[in-house]
Ligand binder design. Sequence first.
Ligand SMILES: [Mg+2]
Length: 262
Amino acid sequence: MLNFMKNIRTVIFDLDGTIWNWNELLPQAKYTVEKLKEDGKDVYFITNNTVLSREGLARKLAKMGIKTSPDRIISSGYSAARYFRKKGVNSVYVIGEQGLVKELSIQDIKVNENAKHVLISVDRNFNIWKLKRAFELVEREASVYATGSYPYWQIGSNGTKIPAELPIIRALQAMKHVPVMNLGKPSEAMREAVLKTIKSFPEDTVIVGDDIYTDMVLANRCGFRSVLVLTGVTSEEEARKAKGEYKPSEIIRRLDELVSVF
Ligand SMILES: [Mg+2]
């Protein structure tokens, strides 16, 4: 077991590349989560995935044998919805899927074709008409947000990649160069959502994830410990070279290194 884990009260796991590759549970994920819960740790999950709502994500985890409740999942859809509600924004034009729309509706934010705010996310039905509408709104001074800025997300272990937020952001910026504010990991909106959700002090909290640019940055900005697991996007070489806010406190090869005694 990693030495500092003894004193940790809260463990926050990233999902894609850490717990699962969307349709496939990663080895040791279920065991590690169960063992941590047995040891009395508070377990949460964090993701920039908006295809499902928090409720949908909890159901998907349960199907894979990991029981959790929606309020233990901090998604970028949730963080975006919180952000808009706090700002008093009650309608948004969305390029995204049902999970995101649901998360917005829980916070009383409606989807509207004439909104002053455009929110970009993963959308497997993205098309030129959605882009046209977003562009027209930007021409009318709408501000643009995104739930992340990944080029793609990986489905399963055969390497299938689905375009994520960045290709859609770039498509809009190709028409007009607008700034886009990220509301997913590692943004300030996500930091606030995390700190509001967990119940421990920062020094008793760890984020475990596979990406130095999102998970490790967010952990470091929250003042948490950070553990990089080499089952996802960041290579060992990149992780060892990482500096400043990208640098993980620890690097592990397998998730069960969090709980095993070697
Ligand atoms: Mg990940």
